[in-house]
Design a protein around this ligand. Structure first.
Ligand code: RIB
Length: 308
């Protein structure tokens, strides 16, 4: 079975500054290297879904510039349908400035650029791509009204919605959560939404209950090295992470989401297996540098699972 996945989200060129550790306020440091890669939470999720074998379509925007052409080419080369990616003269292609520490941890500064120009009308024009999907995925690097319009169209068409509430914001409209079938926050994002610090299984389940009360059926809270907590009416389970040496954690969460959307059956009958698959995909991403270059193909994920 091959899933069809449609993603509305951001497209960024990532500028990666390699540093030993973050500078203190007032401190000047030298970088040890510089590199660029395709990125953006939405685009990373689309690449992950496509490399995991999903038929993938993207709704978003780039500027009318070299970076925009570069990013569109990368998406097409990965088999992603970019009919609903608009090229705008109103802003430059989005860029991210990533401070990558020797530990593999990163800090990211975003210039949203064209990503901020995605409109409700753009989404309406892509209604066929939304209705054709098994899963519609979004995050918060495109404007909320456009994201919510996409979720409305998905709900009306019986398409399951996956919300990755990243980067963290505190004021998520309840109307958006009510249109969400699966929410996948990390621990920081979850605390920003629920106000509940996530430190043990009791607080994880309390967080899950918060989303359930708003009608979100399935909750997956990603916990980095600790794994992912999965909760729906029948399951409350912590799926452990795979222990690996991280080189660069950029796009780890995005890989998890895209791989999950590609692997999960629409009746959720393989939920825990799909979470294990997504977690394994993510563990491969962190072992390489950059977002697009590090996101694994399905065959690499299956090989890593077989060799475990
Ligand atoms: O999640 C990682 C991504 O966040 C990076 O690729 C960067 O572009 C930002 O959107």
């Amino acid at each position: 079975m091959i899933n069809t996945v449609t993603i509305i989200g951001s497209i960024n060129v990532d500028n990666i500054l390699h540093i030993q550790q973050l500078p203190q306020p007032g401190e000047t440091i030298a970088m040890s290297g510089f590199s660029t890669a395709g990125g953006g939470k939405g685009a990373n999720q689309a690449i992950a879904a496509a490399r995991s074998g999903a038929k993938t379509a993207f709704i978003g925007a780039v500027g009318n510039d070299t970076n925009g052409e570069f990013m569109k080419t990368q998406l097409v080369e990965n088999g992603i349908n970019i009919q609903a990616v608009k090229t705008t003269d109103e802003a430059a292609t989005g860029q991210a400035y990533i401070l990558l520490q020797a530990s593999g941890q990163n800090s990211i500064i975003i210039d949203h650029g064209a990503n901020a120009k995605v409109t409700i009308e753009d989404v309406d024009q892509a209604r066929a791509a939304i209705a054709a999907a098994d899963f519609l995925v979004t995050e918060f690097e495109t404007p909320l009204p456009a994201d919510e319009e996409a979720f409305k169209l998905a709900r009306a068409a019986g398409v399951k919605t996956i919300l990755n509430p990243a980067p963290a914001i505190t004021q998520i409209p309840e109307s958006l959560l009510r249109l969400t079938d699966i929410i996948v926050p990390n621990e920081t994002e979850s605390m920003a939404i629920t106000g509940i610090p996530v430190d043990d299984e009791v607080s994880l389940q309390s967080s899950a209950n918060y989303y359930h009360r708003l009608g979100v059926e399935t909750v997956i809270i990603t916990l980095g090295e600790r794994g992912a907590y999965v909760a729906n009416g029948d399951i409350s389970e912590l799926v452990p992470a795979y222990k690996v040496q991280a080189v660069d954690t950029t796009a780890a969460g995005d890989t998890f989401i895209g791989a999950l959307a590609a692997e999960l059956r629409s009746d959720y009958s393989n939920l825990l297996d799909a979470v294990r698959y997504a977690s394994r995909a993510s563990s491969l991403t962190v072992q390489k540098l950059g977002a697009f270059p590090s996101i694994p193909l399905r065959k690499s994920v299956l090989a890593a699972q077989a060799n475990a």
